[in-house]
Write a protein that binds this ligand. Structure first.
Ligand code: SF4
Length: 429
């Protein structure tokens, strides 16, 4: 039996896509092995969102070519899309595949005649998993691509314009995952909030209504990141009323300075973001709101940074993903004057990370005495388990029973090492 090994760098969408590629290899009779083992084929799904991602992607490719010089090394993902020549130049690389063809790698391998980079405009295919890879949570890629062209971001060049998966395909994927026993399904994409933009007659909220009406079973849905301008009143209303929707929004801010937001080509201002977050918190009690924020965008002054810090400090945001601006060739921001020194980026990033830690601890404190529905995922000790609440709090629970894969109601009684501690009230298998 031929063996195939996989390595994924970067975002959740890449991870979902690697699972899809694995599935297609399995259907062709391959055995999937660990990346550190000898394999006949290595598939590396690269990322190019920062310089560090580029470097790591190249290092992993070299590792694969060294591990088995006779193996076929296939490179796909955003770095392969943006700079195929750089990848082809690495000795030992057999095939370079663009993002839109990555799901057809086994077929391409069958017929390839040398190193090629493919760039089509193929519709998103449904993926009907035949086996359960993880225990509790699964992901469905409902959308790919982005039309927004934020001036710092390479992603629209690497992924192309928005392409949405047909609603009935998302529905059949979801039903399959629920039937396989997954309890939480995350709907993900590159620009998830633009779901349906290319299909014309649907949008994200309509898709959610369809899924919740048509797919039976004991499951919940979580949305991945959604842009501020795409959080509609209809979406908020659905999350407020529907217990199967997780009360969690990840809403990128990027900057709290209107000058910087404009230079980033982000089409909202700080007031809009502030009003949105406060309105969500008012309408959906207990909601978990998390955010992305970037430091060191070209021209970001001390006052701009302070505006970002102050805005976030005053909002009910539970956690922050802090990014340092990374200059990406081919984007408008790479040519902007006022590039910020690395040391200053580092300082600003540290300040926001400290704020994120404080906010996280405050959130755990605020959750005391709340009763939350937790999906138990892992055993973390002799009789200890950890799981995630719908509103994105990681909870530690004690139990003599193996709770993994179940929903339980738990009352939050304290906190320990960054986790909320909960007491199990009831178990729902
Ligand atoms: S919305 Fe902006 S940051 Fe997000 S993928 Fe599109 S261009 Fe990049």
């Amino acid at each position: 039996m031929r063996k195939a090994a996989f390595y994924t760098l970067g975002c959740k969408v890449n991870q979902v896509e690697t699972e899809q590629i694995k599935e297609s290899f399995m259907k062709q009779g391959y055995q999937i092995v660990d990346f550190n083992e000898a394999a006949d084929i290595y598939v590396i799904n690269t990322c190019t969102v920062t310089h560090v991602s580029d470097r790591k992607s190249r290092a992993v490719i070299r590792r694969a070519t060294r591990r088995n010089p006779l193996a076929e090394v296939v490179v796909t993902g955003c770095l392969a899309e943006i700079d195929p020549d750089q990848i082809k130049a690495i000795p030992g690389v057999s095939l370079v595949v663009g993002n839109q063809d990555k799901e057809s790698i086994p077929e391409l391998l069958g017929g390839f005649t040398g190193q090629e980079a493919h760039r089509g405009s193929t519709p998103l295919k449904p993926v009907l998993f035949t086996s359960r890879h993880e225990r509790t949570r699964a992901f469905i890629k409902i959308e790919d691509g982005c039309n927004s062209y934020c001036t710092y971001c390479i992603v629209p060049y690497a992924r192309g314009a928005v392409r949405s998966k047909a609603p009935h395909h998302v529905q059949s994927e979801l039903q399959r995952l629920v039937d396989l026993g997954y309890r939480e399904i995350v709907l993900t994409g590159i620009h998830t909030g633009l779901y349906g933009y290319d299909l014309k007659n649907t949008n994200l909220t309509e898709l959610l209504h369809l899924l919740l009406a048509e797919v039976d079973g004991d499951y919940r849905l979580r949305l991945s990141s959604i842009e501020p301008l795409e959080v509609s009143p209809q979406l908020l209303d659905l999350v407020k009323r529907e217990p199967r929707m997780c009360r969690h929004f990840h809403i990128p801010l990027q900057s709290g300075s209107n000058t910087v937001l404009k230079a980033m080509n982000r089409r909202y201002d700080r007031q809009y973001y502030r009003d949105l977050i406060l309105s969500i918190a008012r309408q959906i009690p207990g909601v978990g709101i998390t955010a992305d924020v970037m430091v060191g965008f070209p021209g970001e002054s001390e006052a701009d940074f302070q505006a970002t810090y102050d805005l976030l400090a005053g909002l009910p945001v539970a956690d922050l993903h802090v990014f340092k601006y990374s200059r990406r060739e081919g984007t408008p921001a790479a040519l902007m004057s006022g590039q910020v020194e690395e040391t200053l980026k580092q300082e600003r990033s540290q300040l926001l990370l400290q704020l994120a830690r404080e906010k996280h601890l405050q959130r755990l404190q605020d959750a005391y005495h709340e009763v939350l529905r937790v999906l138990v995922e892992e055993r973390i000790g002799e009789r200890a388990y950890s799981g995630l609440s719908d509103n994105y709090i990681e909870v530690k629970l004690e139990s003599c029973e193996d709770l993994r894969g179940s929903f339980v109601w738990a009352c939050i009684t304290g906190q320990e090492q960054g986790l909320a501690v909960g007491r199990v009230l009831d178990r729902q298998v």
